[in-house]
Ligand binder design. Sequence first.
Ligand SMILES: [Zn+2]
Length: 459
Amino acid sequence: MPQQTYFINNAFLGDHWVQNVRLTVDNMGIISGLQKGGSTEQGDQRLGTVVPGLVNCHSHAFQRAMAGLTEYQNSPTDTFWSWRNTMYRFANLVSPEDLQAIACYLYLEMIKQGYTSVAEFHYVHHQPNGAAYSCVSQLSQSIINAANIAGINLTLLPVLYMTAGFDGQPLLEQQKRFGNSVARYIDIQNDAAQYCADQSQHNVGIALHSLRAVPAEPMSEVINYFANNSSVCPIHIHISEQTQEVEQSIASLRKRPVEWLLDNYAVDKQWCLIHATHMTPQETKALARSGATVGICPTTEANLGDGLFPLRNYLDHGGHIAVGSDGNTCTNPMEELRWLEYGQRLATRTRNITSDNTQLNTGTSLYARGLAGGGRAIGQKTGKLKLGYRADLIVLEDDSVDLANIATGSILDVLIFGTSQSLIKDVMVNGQWKITDYHHAEEEHIKSAFIAATRALRV
Ligand SMILES: [Zn+2]
């Protein structure tokens, strides 16, 4: 693919808008030229309103197939823990082919709605009895294949999962597919990294399921192994999602989860803490100052009844945020950003919580924070129209009624709070058009494969 040039009427560069931008994208999908206030030249492709694509910092792909199937009452005190039983049933039914078909459709949906990268927190590794497939990274390869067919940038995060609780109890029968020794975990990592080694748009990082599923010693072993044996890679962990988890952490580790992590590891920008919902003001401040990113998943946290992240306090101390689709009942990043703000409004009975005097427009502030934190969470140069960054971008529908007569500075506010329609007309991922005029070239085939895969799962 030769280099291509684009002339953009109205471009959001990552934190501000600029008119008349001439963009050059090289044959690796990287932005190699950016001229502001220029004029169009022969051969330029003309684009109207362009914003960078977002990173989905947290996904469990197979859960897309069970969306909507846990919305009935088991008991008047249903919690995360009753939802988990249905999740285990699906996790134990899915085959490598099913996983690929489900993930592929999921990633297609994500791209159409504005995510151009996804961090897949991938914890189903083995056969249902816990035995490895003949290829130890079989299910990781299903995820990589799905990302390639749909055309999304992937950060694969194979998950280390070892115990059923803080007290080190062995895995339950339904958790056997998730379990690894440190040695087998490293095998999966190396195997998966090799499988996608020739694709520069993908990378592989570390995921530690949670403090309840990974004891301290193997956690250190894995972190040290990768610190010594590979280039810097992202480290993700589920943390402090549930109050029960906080209570168990205090009982077992004598500290709250975030407090314990910060006290025991050099948590910095390499880390992404998923949820971090339940923190004291001291933990919130310390985490914000660590340089880590928090991956907030508002629709999943609402769906599971987790609680609300202490957003304003965290932002006031310089905290970085990204959004994730987690359980994939929702695959629309605008809805995640909207509910991130709405949750805070409902709890505080005030408005415009995410914005501040550095950016007064709330939608713009949410979007800019999501872009910057997303790139940080996956350790990739994406989320900005900038030299050396990936050409991951969205073209908005300039002819839409919702954007008619809207000032440029309010476009992202409308995108998040002012429309129920998709205004995303075209999407470029890593320099290649994946969605053109609302359509993906493989869309019909991808949908059929998803429907076939769910036939046996959804009974
Ligand atoms: Zn999760």
